[in-house]
Design a protein around this ligand. Sequence first.
Ligand code: GDP
Length: 638
Amino acid sequence: MSQSLSRAPLANHTHMCVIGTAGHVDHGKSTLVRALTGIDPDRLAEEKARAMTIDLGFAWLSLGNHPPIGIIDVPGHRDFIENMLAGIGGIDLVLLVIAADEGMMPQTREHLAIIDLLGIQRGIIVLSKIDLIDDPEWLSLIQDDIRAAVSGTTLSSAPIVPVSAVLGTGLDALQSAILLELAHLPPRPSIGAPRLPIDRVFTVSGFGTVVTGTLYNGSLRVGDTVELFPTGLVGRIRGLQSYKQTLNIAFPGSRTAVNIAGIDHTAVQRGMVLGFPGQLTPTTLIDVRFRHLPDTPHVLKHNTAVKLFVGAAEINAHVRLLDTEELPAGMEGWLQLRLDTPAAIAQGDHFIVRRPSPAETIGGGIVVDPHPASRWKRFTPSVIAALNTRLQGTPAQRLAQTAHTHEPIKRTALQKLIGYSDHDFAIALQSALDEGLMIVFPDDTLIAAERAHALIAAIYDELNEYHRLNPLRRGMPREELRSRLRIKHTTLTAILEIAPGLVQESDMVRRTDHIVRFTKAQQTAVDNLMRCMSDTPFTPPSFAEAAALVGNEVLHALIERGDVVQVQPDVIFSRAAYDELVSGVLSMIEYYGAVTVSQFRDRYNTSRKYAVGLLEHLDSLAITRREGDSHVRGRSVR
Ligand code: GDP
């Protein structure tokens, strides 16, 4: 696949915006959209059904020479909030419509809370139906009421614009206010991989599957290969439209319709996400920072069944309260949400939580980790601390937190987990390495320094225990250590290389300061054995005899330490005797060209058992090589 995950940032003139409407039912949202755009949002559904071209199913606004502005206004009274939530996530500016005759109503408050929870920073409060009010005092009362309600939310300083859609009063002022707000929007750079949360799907005869949504992050092009998350289905972009215009490229921030080849429309559902293949990993467990709304009537309990709204998706989920027994209204807390079905969710996504029945919004917040390592044990301080860092930390700290993986992780995999663009990732990684938050291994894999230190500590624990239980063993078999830590060979090697105070010798690992120490009684037995062995160096006690004298463990320790050399299962020599025999054999070979068992036996006045034992041992080390009845020099030098 040739498409690159990052594309050059785009100039401002391609910047497109999306406005959303919110507010209590019947407060005049659709009428307002119609008055502003000349497009009837209520008729869009019918239009869609007989569309000849790809129809986006939403209105758009042309103001001056500003590029077209999409307006999402989802009509329908039932499940209004559910509908609104599907589209509101991607908007730049919200019009909160409040009818002058009724003022703040329950849905107005609920929508305001959602706007605030979704972090929508820009809004205009449209005071609608002002033609119904003659009393200026009433108008100012209503406005005071609104100001009080929005204070402390993202809309606290939003302008209030009085309009009458019916008479056309205030529409010019509203248009100016919209342009002014949009002018303050930072441009959405086109970086990273595109993400299109799907809010509608339909078929158009002759075209096939069409999905619509507000495009995030990166751009999409005709011909791009795309994956439908979380289904794993892959298709190709056959056509793109934005604001009724056919395009070759769709930019982030714009309402976009995508005609996909290779994915049947029956496989697509609202809430699924279109992106590049492999870009997201669907999840069923997410760590979130949650804000419980102040005016909800209940405390939030552990294991409560809720509806989660994220992107355009609506997913049944269960709440796990991580840091409180229960969460009272108005409080914030750390939650883990268990999803009933997999969803494509990214770090930093805003979400809303509703109670299924009676349907009410109870809160929302930010996804801090879409792929937690496990179902956290509740009330675990280290888990809460890690979540706090993730939420508040610098990009480098968040990267290190993400790299708190069981095994070291490849750069590409880490970037995918954290979802940074190439540029942001490179910068965050550099500072994480500079600040000592992360470690890079020789094979270019990465791990959080904290995780590496935890592994080193675990190795220490294992070795301390091993040395305590096996004081006469020099070290712990490497494989046993590895399997206890449940890490890969390469990981253990990499960690041992950076761990102070640990040594690896052949196939064992030990603490540098561990030495084999015998008890007084053991030492007496050892002295005894060593005396026997030096009394008759070339016909020493057998392994079994020696073990009977000092015990198996001690004898193994002597062998490990090199004081005793085991040449055959039952044949041992003291180190001094062994060294003398080896050099003797080599000088005999040098002198005679070869040595036989009987020559050797006679020369050292020993028995056949010892002679055969030693020569076969030397053969096995390739110090000697058997030729008929004789042994000659082997290929190994000594
Ligand atoms: P929505 O449910 O918020 O989309 O509200 P609608 O746009 O469907 O409007 C609800 C009712 O209020 C309709 O009967 C509209 O005709 C009426 N309405 C909307 N805007 C105005 C206005 O500015 N003045 C008056 N008098 N009525 C309005």
